[in-house]
Design a protein around this ligand. Structure first.
Ligand code: MG
Length: 252
C-alpha cells in the first residue's frame, strides 16, 4: 500500500452502528495518530449537516476537527457553489438545506425557476414534492442533482428505512430521466474534495468501509487503496478485507 498519509473511514457500520462504536475504533484512531496519519470521516448521510455529524462523533468521544468530516449534504453545498448555482428546489431535510444556504445558494419553491432539483434523504417526501420536482425536471435545463443513490439504511431491530436512492428512483421514473450528478459514494466527488482541501493524492489515502458497492467502489474509481471491513467474512469478491479494525495495523 505504499506510503499511506491518511485514512478515510466510512461511518455507518465502520465507525459506529446506531449509537454504538464499532469494536476497535478508539485503539485504531490512537494508533493512526501516533503514526501521524490523518483521519477523515466519510458518509453518504444526506439528512444531516456536517455540524450534526461532527456533534455525533463528539458525543461518542471521538474528537475530530470538523474539517475532517465529509458527508454528502455538505459536499452537495460545495458542489452547488463551485458550479455557480443560485437557486435550487430541494427535496431534503433541514440539514441539507442548511448546507445549501450556507454555501450561498437559495432554496426556492417550484414557481421560482430553480436551476436544479436537489435530492437528499427526505423523511417528509410526499406526492406534492414529487409533483413539483417532476414538473421542474421536464425542463432539460433544470439540473437533477442527488446526494446519493443508496437504496436503504439499517435502523434498530434489524429494520431498514428507504434511502435517498429510493426517492431518486421515484423521480427518475416519473420524469423519465436519470440524475445528472451524484455527489456521494460510489462517485468520487467527496474524495476529490478531500484531496484538494488537504493537498493529498489518491495513493495517499486508504479508504476503509463496510460496503463494497459504495466505499470500495469509490476507492477503486479514484485509484485509492481500500480495505473492506467484513466482520462475518460474507463478501465473496476479490478485494482486501479485514475482519475488524485492529487489522488496519497490518497495512499502515
Ligand atoms: Mg457503511
Amino acid at each position: 500500500m505504499g506510503n499511506i498519509k491518511a485514512v478515510a473511514f466510512d461511518l455507518d457500520g465502520t465507525i459506529y452502528t446506531g449509537d454504538k462504536l464499532v469494536d476497535g475504533v478508539i485503539e485504531t484512531l490512537r494508533y493512526l495518530k501516533e503514526k501521524n496519519i490523518r483521519v477523515f470521516f466519510f458518509t453518504n448521510n444526506s439528512g444531516k449537516s456536517r455540524e450534526d455529524i461532527h456533534r455525533k462523533l463528539e458525543q461518542m468521544n471521538l474528537r475530530p476537527e470538523i474539517q475532517a468530516v465529509y458527508n454528502s449534504a455538505y459536499a452537495t453545498g460545495i458542489y452547488l457553489k463551485q458550479n455557480h448555482f443560485k437557486k435550487v428546489y430541494c427535496c431534503g431535510t433541514s440539514g441539507l438545506k442548511d448546507e445549501i444556504t450556507r454555501h450561498g445558494i437559495t432554496c426556492v419553491g417550484e414557481k421560482e425557476s430553480p436551476d436544479a432539483v436537489v435530492v437528499g434523504l427526505d423523511h417528509s417526501f410526499d406526492y406534492a414534492k414529487m409533483t413539483a420536482a417532476l414538473n421542474l425536471l421536464r425542463n432539460k435545463d433544470c439540473r437533477f442533482i442527488v446526494c446519493n443513490k443508496d437504496r436503504n439504511y439499517p435502523v434498530e431491530n434489524s429494520r431498514l428505512m428507504p434511502g435517498c436512492g429510493a426517492i431518486v428512483a421515484a423521480l427518475e421514473r416519473a420524469a423519465d430521466r436519470q440524475a445528472d450528478i451524484i455527489i456521494g459514494k460510489p462517485e468520487t466527488f467527496m474524495l476529490d474534495l478531500l484531496c484538494s482541501d488537504w493537498h493529498l493524492q489518491n495513493r495517499d489515502i486508504l479508504v476503509v468501509g463496510d460496503t463494497f458497492d459504495s466505499d470500495i467502489a469509490m476507492a477503486d474509481a479514484y485509484g485509492a487503496p481500500s480495505l473492506l471491513l467484513d466482520a462475518d467474512d460474507t463478501f465473496a469478491g476479490n478485494t482486501k478485507k479485514i475482519r475488524n479494525l485492529h487489522e488496519i495495523k497490518n497495512y499502515v
